[in-house]
Design a protein around this ligand. Structure first.
Ligand SMILES: Cc1cc2nc3c(=O)[nH]c(=O)nc-3n(C[C@H](O)[C@H](O)[C@H](O)COP(=O)(O)O)c2cc1C
Length: 171
């Protein structure tokens, strides 16, 4: 057995893998969509990544077990809202399963039926382009239809299970 190819057996310890993956610092987003009954859906997600410039594609992944997952499976559109460092409480609020996620949240109605978090560092409105098996997650790829950003905002960061702020070089 090669040192670098894990093969088909789960020889990587799940908890250690989670901790190692957490060494990669990310931004924090709230991904929103609308359920078939019109219910607003949202969850905190740091699995967001840009994929392609032409066409403009992004991705994120959602755990299959989440309450929000069926709504994303059916949805044709969703929005990604990149949080700024002052939106930590929102990141926590949208990470509580079945919580009162939208309580006291300022939002705007997007052009494609999904709520946009007000004052986010950036919002990307997307149509679903593809979805893929991602093990215990589903990977969603979205084609970006509309974008806006507030360039003055500095992002909220997630690293090793903790929230933080950016320390810019030469800032
Ligand atoms: C910083 C952070 C990032 C997260 N990123 C993801 C993610 O990318 N995908 C995911 O499925 N869950 C992610 N979660 C967990 C969900 O936000 C959490 O399970 C939420 O309660 C789901 O709500 P629901 O069960 O009502 O759908 C993240 C949580 C935190 C705190």
């Amino acid at each position: 057995m090669s040192d670098i190819f894990a093969g088909t057996r789960d020889i990587v310890d799940a908890e250690e893998f989670r901790r190692v993956a957490g060494c990669f610092a990310t931004g924090v987003t709230i991904v929103t969509t609308t359920g078939s009954d019109g219910e607003p859906i949202g969850l905190t997600a740091n699995s967001f990544s840009s994929v392609s410039l032409d066409p403009p594609l992004i991705l994120f992944s959602i755990a299959r077990k989440l309450n929000s997952q069926p709504a994303f499976q059916k949805a044709e559109h969703f929005s990604i809202n990149v949080l700024h460092e002052g939106q930590l409480s929102l990141a926590k609020q949208f990470a509580v399963a079945l919580g009162e996620k939208w309580k006291n949240v300022h939002f705007e109605d997007g052009s494609f039926g999904c709520r946009l978090i007000s004052e986010a560092a950036a919002s990307l409105e997307c149509e679903k382009y593809a979805s893929y098996d991602g093990g215990d997650h589903v990977i969603y790829v979205g084609r970006v239809l509309k974008i806006k950003a507030d360039w003055q905002r500095t992002p909220l960061i997630f690293w090793q299970g903790k929230f933080g702020k950016v320390a810019l070089e030469n800032a």
